[in-house]
Design a binder for this molecule. Structure first.
Ligand SMILES: NC(=O)c1ccc[n+]([C@@H]2O[C@H](COP(=O)([O-])OP(=O)(O)OC[C@H]3O[C@@H](n4cnc5c(N)ncnc54)[C@H](O)[C@@H]3O)[C@@H](O)[C@H]2O)c1
Ligand SMILES: O=C(O)C(=O)C[C@]1(C(=O)O)C=C[C@@H](O)C=C1
Length: 288
């Protein structure tokens, strides 16, 4: 790869750039951003080789385009790319939702939709911006690709190689499967953390409550410090799957509430034991 253009040089896009540099890739890395300040930071930190404010100019001789901006920005970015998109350029993205991104790519790219490979690195943080980017963010992490029947196999292979160069393992699945999985294990947990912190913060004695909150609260709510725009976009894009997950969680809470109302210690113990075993098994497998 000789040239990659990254739209959105924040935590995710910046970490791809740093990982490519660490892997010794000779690719020229061009950043296209929304704010001149963040592009200047990306240049100052040596994350990108050059910043460009004109999409057509940035795309000249590009082998690959990576969109790493909030998912609701996908349409305007693809629209800006389309007039200058050569048949040999592969476009991919890092968005946390996939059905919306693919629908948007199909509509905007038309016949060139076969050059688009949906992607999602399953790695991140509650921090955002290029200053949070790290070289090893993707090392030993999963990346999901969501090619369709229309997707060019060579394009998929090139995106696979990009993430492998960043140290990740690549899996493929349909976009709808992706969105239902991540509604359950990523999007719902973020909403729960935001909701809990918002509830505590809006109480009259919030200062007192926060004053005594400790590591349990910190672990449960770390992700409530995440980027509001990013999570607004994810929530709306994956609204249907997320609504089902909220209902399932409300049902579980209702069962728990009933056990408490009945002072049913056996039922509570059984539930906690089941959850504790599942959580510990998951952590063991993950840390292997
Ligand atoms: N943060 C995570 O944990 C995580 C993990 C996996 C995937 N993602 C996905 O990756 C994408 C980027 O997230 P992030 O955490 O890097 O966010 P970020 O806020 O750190 O970076 C996003 C960057 O995109 C820029 N941007 C916004 N609109 C743009 C536009 N129209 N054109 C060009 N640049 C634009 C912003 O200025 C910012 O620099 C999102 O789609 C998110 O869903 C995030
Ligand atoms: O570690 C975090 O802070 C994250 O939220 C990362 C996380 C997640 O695991 O839910 C968040 C969103 C992404 O799309 C992928 C990963």
């Amino acid at each position: 790869m000789k040239k990659i253009v990254i739209f959105g040089v924040g935590l995710i896009g910046g970490s791809v750039a740093l990982a490519l540099k660490k892997a010794g890739s000779a690719a020229q890395i061009i950043g296209v951003g929304r704010s001149t300040d963040s592009m200047q930071s990306a240049l100052d930190l040596g994350v990108i080789d050059a910043a460009c404010s004109d999409a057509s100019q940035a795309l000249q001789y590009a082998d690959m385009v990576l969109i790493a901006a909030p998912v609701a920005q996908t349409a305007s970015i693809l629209t800006s790319i389309k007039p200058a998109l050569a048949p040999s350029t592969v476009i991919t993205d890092a968005g946390s939702t996939k059905s919306d991104v693919l629908a948007c790519a199909q509509e905007i790219l038309g016949e060139q939709f076969n050059q688009f490979v949906g992607g999602h690195p399953i790695a991140g943080a509650e921090k955002s911006g290029v200053t949070a980017a790290t070289t090893d963010l993707y090392r030993n992490k999963n990346v999901v690709l969501t090619p369709t029947e229309a997707t060019n196999a060579d394009a998929v292979q090139r995106v696979r190689e990009l993430w492998q160069l960043c140290g990740a393992s690549v899996t493929e699945m349909p976009a709808a499967t992706h969105d239902s999985i991540f509604a359950a294990v990523s999007h719902l947990p973020h909403l729960l953390a935001f909701a809990l912190v918002d509830d505590i913060a809006s109480r009259q004695n919030a200062e007192q409550l926060f004053g005594f909150a400790a590591s349990g609260f910190r672990d449960f709510t770390r992700i409530a410090g995440s980027h509001p725009e990013m999570w607004r976009d994810i929530s709306l894009a994956n609204r249907t799957a997320l609504l089902s997950e909220i209902t399932a969680y409300q049902d579980e809470l209702s069962r728990l509430k009933h056990m408490l109302e009945q002072s049913d210690g056996d039922a509570l113990h059984t539930l906690f034991e089941r959850a504790s075993t599942a959580r510990n098994n998951w952590a063991k497998l993950r840390d292997q």
